[in-house]
Design a protein around this ligand. Structure first.
Ligand code: SDX
Length: 431
């Protein structure tokens, strides 16, 4: 916990209460209200946690005003441009960039944990073929706690480490097999001679009749997408993982909870919703109609891939993603992709519109990612599973940090009760 030399004074009626203020290494000060209910008998009220810090953390920092995202202090654009996903995983998990030897050992461990227990194949076969891959991922990841009993004891540091590596290593296999099952093709097993992103692409697109030669530019773009989604402070799914973990649940159950939360279209499901929106818009001349709908308070439609709880400037991940989209589509010879043209025109028109400017709504990480993924050959249903695969290291790093926090308690918010006060039961004859 940072220093607490400053205090806030809260006055309620004739009483005043001093509340410590903690100053961070970056970002706003926080007012420590933990003792408030005990002292003053009142709760604070913050639905959606717009002004609430839920924990201490040293992993990721976001400055929404500047559009800055740091992982252990390193800017996301530098990591996306100069590092690679497994090195970023090491950084998020252990706090520092690895030495060559540390990176080699880490990559060896991840590479040699990519296979699933063969009996888990039965789990996939239990789903309908048209099951959404996210439904399969939630089920299979939760089921890992029934197969990897030797890494579920959260009080054992070695078991926490093994579970962390297993989850990072196996998520590409689980996501790829969910995809293969969905399209009715046989599972393709991971290979140890491929890097993390290439292995994932091959498991998705190879078939027994024909192997898949991974284009290095596509695997680099895939790796960059993993990095851009790796962690993002205390977002909804990460907070879900932390809350689940606070009860002592095993890591596989906690990550399954995070996957379930990420699925929503307001969160990780926005990349799929965004591409479906671009498909619905269809042509540039229809953009004004959809911008008008997004501004209409009586219309629930929102521009998917736009806006963010924290960023009130450009999402730095969207900037990198847009550059990557240009590169990948040019490589694939589809730079005139109609969805990319609509996306660029939509971004331009929205950013010129006073509504979006006043509300500080900018494209977020989900606005361009789907265009790249679709160009790579993924159906929209695979966009959020790829987000979940990428975010697993962030969830696990935050889970690990929370378990090491001496202040950790079970998360148990209170409420502003607006229901009936006590009343007596009435027999049915008297109602
Ligand atoms: C992710 O938290 C994270 O870090 C998440 C994430 C991560 O890496 O983990 O960054 C990943 O989830 C990115 C966001 C993906 N979601 C979408 O793209 C869905 C579309 N966006 C919106 O649903 C919305 O912007 C949210 C959910 C992202 C943020 O919602 P907030 O912070 O609760 O903001 P809000 O709903 O209170 O909106 C503020 C105002 C409202 O207008 P008023 O009621 O004040 O008049 O802005 C409007 C909103 O109506 N608004 C939009 C809009 N987003 C907000 N209007 C039109 N289109 C939009 N997209």
């Amino acid at each position: 916990m940072a220093d607490t030399k400053k205090h806030a004074t809260l006055t309620i009626g004739d009483d005043s209460y001093e509340l410590p203020i903690h100053s961070p290494t970056a970002g706003p000060d926080v007012i420590d209200i933990r003792a408030l209910y005990g002292k003053a008998g009142v709760f604070t009220y913050d639905p959606g946690f717009t002004s609430t810090a839920s924990c201490d953390s040293t992993i990721t920092f976001i400055d929404g005003g500047k559009g800055e995202l740091l992982h252990r202090g390193y800017p996301i654009d530098q990591l996306a441009g100069q590092s690679h996903y497994l090195e970023v995983c090491y950084l998020l998990l252990y706090g520092e960039l690895p030495s060559a030897a540390q990176l080699e050992a880490f990559e060896f461990s991840i590479t040699h944990h990519t296979m699933l227990h063969e009996q888990m194949v039965n789990f996939f076969r239990g789903f309908r073929r048209d099951a959404h891959p996210m439904a399969i991922m939630v089920g299979v990841v939760g089921a890992m706690s029934a197969f990897y009993h030797d890494s579920t004891d959260i009080s054992d540091e070695r078991q926490r480490e093994v579970a962390s590596h297993r989850l990072i290593a196996k998520m590409p296999t689980i996501a790829a097999w969910a995809f293969k099952y969905h399209i009715g093709q046989p599972f393709v097993y991971p290979r140890n001679d491929l890097d993390y992103a290439s292995n994932f692409l091959r498991m998705c697109f190879a078939v027994p009749a024909e192997d898949y030669d991974v284009n290095p530019i596509l695997s680099r773009a895939m790796d960059r997408i993993f990095t851009l989604h790796a962690d993002h402070e205390q977002n909804a799914s990460t907070s879900t993982v932390r809350l689940a973990s606070s009860s002592g649940a095993n890591p596989f159950a906690c990550i399954a909870a995070g996957i379930a939360c990420l699925w929503g279209p307001a969160h990780g499901g926005a990349n799929q919703a965004c591409l479906e929106m671009l498909e619905e818009i269809g042509t540039v001349d229809r953009i004004p109609e959809f911008i008008a709908r997004a501004k209409d308070k009586n219309d629930p439609f929102r521009l998917m891939g736009f806006g963010h709880r924290v960023y009130k400037n450009h999402d730095p991940r969207a900037t990198v993603m847009k550059q990557s989209a240009d590169e990948v589509l040019e490589l694939l010879g589809v730079e005139d992709n109609p969805k990319l043209q609509v996306a660029k025109a939509l971004e331009k028109q929205a950013l010129e519109d006073p509504y979006f400017a006043e509300k500080k709504l900018f494209p977020n990480v989900d606005f361009y990612s789907g265009i790249i993924l679709e160009a790579m050959g993924f159906p929209t249903s695979m966009f959020t599973p790829i987000f979940a695969l990428s975010r697993t290291v962030g969830w696990i790093s935050q889970w690990k940090e929370q378990l090491g926090d001496p202040q950790m308690k079970i998360g148990r918010p209170r409420q502003l009760y607006q229901g009936e006060t006590a009343r007596d039961y009435q027999d049915i004859e008297d109602r």
